[in-house]
Design a protein around this ligand. Sequence first.
Ligand code: ATP
Ligand code: MN
Length: 151
Amino acid sequence: MISKILMPTDGSPTAKKAVKYAAGLAKQLDATITLLSVIEIDLGAFFAQTVSAADSPTHLIEPMENYLKQTAELYLAEAETILKQNGVQSKKVIRSGHPVEVIIKEAIKSKVDVIVMGSHGKSALKAAMLGSVTFGVIHKDTKIPVLVVRK
Ligand code: ATP
Ligand code: MN
């Protein structure tokens, strides 16, 4: 019944814990995993708001975006290694945008059976509450089940 799993990760310790859980689950079920990282900072909008909408500093935006992408590539590769060690097939996806929207879109597009994600992410604040990305995914109007791995 479960043959495709979506594992969105921000590279945080809780997301890493969720990757390990997803690896074990996929191994048992002989399922495949899509690893997804969403780059959530819109640098164009950031500079437009803080400096000037007129002259967007592309010479700064490009290297910053590349840096964010590289960071994502690093933790996706790390996650892929864990999956490989478990004999689990996976693919890596990097997208830009609002994490909740992008996660749901990818889940529908790839027709996944379950989304596995961490209860928390990179933000150290609000540790008592569920992270806003996980909260958002759970509360979206979709039938796709979500498995939340605790901190
Ligand atoms: P908040 O972002 O609300 O301040 P937080 O960072 O602690 O709090 P979330 O961002 O909701 O919590 O992270 C929970 C889980 O959501 C992570 O463990 C990860 O699985 C997923 N996630 C969060 N951000 C991203 C992202 N940018 N790309 C992919 N997955 C993400
Ligand atoms: Mn977060």
